[in-house]
Each structure stands twice: as C-alpha cells, then as structure tokens.
Design a protein around this ligand. Structure first.
Ligand code: 1CP
Length: 356
C-alpha cells in the first residue's frame, strides 16, 4: 500500500514545502519552524473552544480537533500544523480506561503490571480510528500547502504511563518490569507499538505529510536498557508506516546519549532537546542526519534580547547539520505569551537559509 493520489505529498501540495524539503535533507526556500505543543493552553482561542469539554473528548470531535490544530498555524505562520491529539488516544480508542486529568496528565483506571493485565488489553480496531481520519482530512483540506505532522507516543513512554497508571518522574515501574519480568515487558511494548503504529498510519493515510514519534521519557533509560528494551518496540511502531514513504522524526528529552540509537530505529530526522547544542548532536550522529530543535522553552519568558541571542546561536549551530527544522527543545509552556512565538517565527523566517 502507498499514499493515495490525492494525498498532499503525492499531488504536489506539500512535497516541496520548506518543512518536507528540510526533513528530506534538502535546502528549503525558508527556514522551517514549528513548535511542539503549539496548540494548547498558551492560546486564548484554545482555552475558549475547550471550555466545558474534556481533553480526550476534544481530541475525538473531528471539527474541534481540526479547529485547534489550525489555530496556531493561522496565528503564527508556522511551517506545519501538528495534529491536535494525545499519545494516549490510541489507548482510549482501543477501550482502555484512561483520562487526562487537568493539572496531572494521563491517568489509567487500572495500571498494567502483570502478564494477565497485558493479556487483557483490547485490540485497537481500524474502525475505532475513524474520528482520527476524519479530523486529519478536515485539517489537511484547510491547510493547503502547509504540511500536517502526525504523531504517536513511542512504546516506552506510553508503557511508562500504563505501568505507573499516572505521570511519574523516574519511571521506576516500567524500569523494574523490563528486568524483573522481561516477557511481560516485551508483550506490553509490542501492544503499545501496534497501537501507536496504527494511530500513525491512520494519520498519514488521511493526509499528514510527516510523522513524529515522541519518546519523551526515553532519557530515563541508559543506552543499554534503551537499546535492549525500548528501541525494538519503537522500530516495530514505525514498521507500520515505512512503506508510505513519509518523512519520520524521532524526539525524546534527556536523550543526548541515545541520539544514535534513536536514529537507528530507522528515522529520517532526529529531534534534539534543549540540553545539547545542535553542532554537538550533529557530530554525534556522524554529520549526515537532518536535525530538529532546540530552542530552550525556558527562554520564551526571558527578555527578547536574551531570547534572540539564544535563537541566533541555535540557528548557527543548526547550520552544521545537513538540514535543520527549527523547533523548541520541548513543548511550549502554557504560560508563554503567544506574541513571543509569532515574533520568533518572523525572526527565523527573516534569516536566510545557509548555503541557499
Ligand atoms: O487540557 C489541556 O490543555 C491538557 C494539556 C494537554 C494538551 C494540550 C495534554 C495532556 N495533551 C495535549 C495535546 C498534545 N499531547 C499534543 C498536541 C499537539 C501539539 O503539540 O500542539 C501532543 C503532541 C501531545 C503529546 C504528548 N502527550 C506527549 C509527548 C510530547 C511531550 O510534551 O513530551 C506526552 C508525554 C503526553 C502526555 C500528556 N498529555 C497531557 C499532559 C499534561 C501530558 C504530560 C504529563 C506528564 O508530565 O507526564
């Protein structure tokens, strides 16, 4: 199977966009920029449409999810939309008891800790993903030549929520399970890989032009554990979509020591968090991988001159890589002034592309 003839990557709408060009390692007409968590609480228009409706319900109403995805694109002139959804949506659609509790994050009715718990997990069906396909199709029709990025959670990050039952800092539960009960861990990692893989495929087939695998908490693993217990499942998730040929991005935080292993699950672009300068990330990756990142989100609230100097450093360091998609080193903090993001996009677009 491949993408349909009216997919934006195939019919010419997004194939030569700055984002897709850079993700494929080429020289874009302007520096592409988008922000992780560009939709959400930093925007008053988001807070307005979300009034009285839960987070996961808003993801499953196609018109609303589409509207929220489009809000930051209209406001900031970013080079991509990121589909408004959440990494736990495939769990919800499979029938797992999960909610996003305001101020907390994903919480499961019953954590998944034993072989019997894993065996009971329901299978995510193709039909259950219909609201996702519908939301993506509505969004892509509005975006025109601006690409939509689809995403999913990587198995380790998703399984971390499932084992703990809620957000945690050190992810002790899943890290214990992978050593104490490796068979149960492997079964859980495979289940999450297949759920995330199907979620990604639904988004790409419905019109997303690229996809990002978020392994936000991979940095709590050392390289040996990452390679043995997380990377094979991440590869399995991406195996669901490789035949489609859309560019794939892999991002995590605290992953400076894992960048090569994260590339090796088979992706086109590596996302770098704010901890490691892009020229050093490029050196570690051997100089041939396009990079995404890595403006420090903390500096969005610093005086403009401080932020501008930092952004210029990030752009200069990014020039060492074969191509650079500008982003933050993690998500937009909710208290960010959206006008700072708009101004940042203007600054980044005004800087000529190196070598162009
Ligand atoms: O009511 C609200 O506004 C809740 C906040 C919120 C939002 C806006 C959550 C709860 N999820 C989302 C949307 C979301 N989640 C997007 C939307 C698209 C965009 O980027 O604009 C994306 C890409 C995600 C992905 C996601 N969810 C990740 C990976 C990215 C990252 O930030 O590391 C993770 C770890 C989650 C889990 C999650 N969902 C929500 C929260 C608060 C959390 C993190 C909880 C924790 O600290 O563990």
């Amino acid at each position: 199977m491949s993408l349909s003839a009216n997919h934006p990557l195939v019919d010419g709408r997004t194939a030569n966009s700055p984002l897709v060009t850079a993700l494929r390692g080429g020289k874009p007409s302007r520096r592409p920029v988008w922000f992780m968590r560009q939709a959400g609480r930093s925007l008053p228009e988001y807070r307005k449409v979300r009034e009285g409706i839960t987070m996961l319900d808003s993801c499953l109403k196609p018109e609303l999810a589409s509207e929220i995805t489009l809000q930051p694109v209209r406001r900031h002139d970013v080079d991509a939309g990121i589909f408004f959804s959440d990494i736990v949506i495939p769990l919800k659609l499979a029938g797992v008891d999960v909610e996003i509790v305001p101020g907390v994050g994903p919480v499961l009715g019953s954590p998944v800790r034993t072989a019997a718990d894993v065996a009971k997990l329901p299978t995510l069906t193709d039909e259950a993903l219909d609201p996702i396909r519908e939301a993506v199709a509505l969004t892509v029709a509005e975006l025109g030549t601006t690409p939509l990025i689809g995403f999913a959670g990587a198995p380790f990050t998703l399984a971390a929520y499932m084992v703990e039952g809620k957000p945690s800092r050190d992810h002790l539960g899943p890290r214990t399970m992978m050593h104490a009960d490796p068979e149960t861990w492997a079964a859980l990692a495979e289940w999450t890989a297949d759920a995330s893989g199907k979620f990604l495929r639904a988004q790409l087939e419905a019109g997303a032009s690229a996809a990002q695998l978020f392994d936000s908490w991979a940095g709590s693993l050392g390289l040996a554990d990452y390679t043995k217990f997380a990377a094979p499942a991440s590869k399995r998730a991406l195996d669901h979509v490789r035949d489609l040929g859309a560019p794939l991005i892999h991002f995590g935080t605290g992953t400076s020591e894992l960048l090569v292993a994260m590339r090796d699950v088979g992706v086109d672009v590596v996302g770098v968090d704010y901890r490691l300068p892009l020229d050093e990330a490029n050196r570690r990756l051997g100089g041939n991988v396009p990079l995404q990142g890595n403006i420090d989100p903390a500096l969005l609230s610093a005086p403009w001159e401080v932020l501008e100097a930092h952004v210029r450093d990030v752009l200069a360091a990014g020039e060492s890589a074969p191509a650079h998609v500008v982003n933050l080193g993690h998500g937009v903090p909710p208290e960010t002034d959206p006008e700072v993001l708009t101004r940042l996009v203007e600054l980044i677009h005004s800087e000529p592309v190196a070598g162009a």
